[in-house]
Design a protein around this ligand. Structure first.
Ligand SMILES: [Zn+2]
Ligand SMILES: [Zn+2]
Length: 156
């Protein structure tokens, strides 16, 4: 039996998620941490429609490139495989309901960029939500308020 390396991207990491969708765009390396995959599975199932992952794992070189071009974080959680950016072309992604669905799923770091129709979701320990203004990030106070309400209802 021969192992065809080009097929490995077809491996299912989770339901509705192939390895090739979340490996590094520059080198094809990496994968996602199981904690992110669990959150992904719940999100995908609650949303109930296909979700396009724009960026999953990033190697340090690729992340540095993105940092220079798009203002990504130097210590990006993408390098640990616990962050993914999805195409948020559906306006629903910018609603409070979407935030609750993301929190329910287990996402704790949420960055929403309306201008680029992009949503970053990671499974960091300490919750933080932000928005983008050009290359600058600023705290998403509204999303943090939704988080506090969510946490109060779910008892931490
Ligand atoms: Zn790479
Ligand atoms: Zn991201």
């Amino acid at each position: 039996m021969t192992f065809n390396n080009t097929d490995i991207g077809e491996v299912e990491l989770a339901r509705h998620l192939r390895l090739g969708e979340v490996t590094c765009h520059c080198c094809g390396r990496g994968g996602m941490h199981v904690s992110w995959l669990r959150a992904w599975g719940r999100l995908r199932s609650d949303y109930g429609q296909p979700i396009t992952v724009m960026s999953g794992f990033r190697c340090p070189a690729h992340n540095a490139e993105i940092t220079a071009t798009y203002g990504a974080s130097r210590a990006s959680l993408h390098m640990q495989g616990i962050a993914g950016d999805i195409a948020a072309t559906d306006p629903w992604w910018f609603t409070d309901e979407a935030l609750r669905v993301l929190f329910n799923a287990g996402f704790r770091g949420i960055g929403r960029d309306r201008r680029r129709s992009l949503l970053h979701g990671d499974v960091r320990a300490e919750p933080y939500c932000w928005t983008y203004r050009g290359l600058e990030r600023s705290e998403d106070e509204h999303a943090m308020k939704i988080w506090e309400l969510w946490r109060a209802r779910h008892d931490g």
